[in-house]
Design a protein around this ligand. Structure first.
Ligand code: 2F8
Ligand code: CA
Length: 197
């Protein structure tokens, strides 16, 4: 019992300062997806890996993809005074000038090509993306308000993870019944042998 209480206290402390995912509800004109601002210092790669390793209600996390003006506003509104900038899931690291969403239901969708819109939603600040220093291949929000900027992925920022019912985490594969039976049998035999000694 004591251990249970201690576990609950540790879980509570670990979760402190970390907001739970919030839903952009369909009733409010949203897409039903969930979003979570994860504060801290992460390179873009670290943020991407952490987002991909996050699961919420069976949905697989991915770095947020702002695919409409309303969604971009919803994501921007998650930011606050202590965490004013965050990574999003856009990059042109694979092909300079070709900006795509790297993961989630919109994975591979290009939103900018050599500075031109592709037809998909984009929200660059004036004169962005400028690939300043020839080294800005990752997308963040908050640097110019709700407008986007490209920036080196080695810098440290918070990130926004998104969860969609259209992008589920792989289901755990159940063990075949035979393997479970064999495991139980071996366990029972080991117990009996230990009692005999
Ligand atoms: O003026 C916009 C420009 O500002 C900075 O470069 C001087 C940003 N880079 C960093 O902060 C590292 C650019 O991304 C931005 O385009
Ligand atoms: Ca830039």
């Amino acid at each position: 019992m004591k251990r249970l209480v201690m576990g609950a206290v540790f879980a509570l402390i670990a979760g402190m300062g970390q907001a739970a995912p919030v839903q952009w509800t369909e009733a409010s004109g949203g897409n039903g997806h969930y979003y979570e601002l994860v504060s801290g210092d992460f390179t873009w790669d670290e943020a991407n890996t952490a987002a991909q390793g996050s699961v919420f209600n069976g949905m697989q996390g991915y770095l947020a993809t702002a695919t409409s003006a309303l969604e971009n506003t919803f994501i921007f509104n998650l930011l606050n005074v202590t965490t004013p900038i965050a990574w999003l899931g856009g990059s042109d690291a694979d092909s300079e000038g070709l900006w795509t969403w790297v993961d989630g239901p919109d994975k591979g969708t290009a939103f900018t090509f050599l500075g031109f819109p592709t037809g998909a939603f984009q929200n660059w600040a004036p004169n962005e993306p400028n690939d300043a220093g020839g080294n800005e291949d990752y997308l963040h929000i908050g640097f110019f308000g709700d407008q986007w900027n490209d920036i080196p992925g080695t810098l440290d920022y918070a990130y926004v993870v998104e969860y969609s019912a259209d992008f589920l985490a792989p289901a755990a594969v159940p063990l075949p019944a035979g393997v479970v039976l064999l495991g139980s049998g071996l366990g029972i035999m080991a117990l009996r042998r230990r009692r005999r000694v």
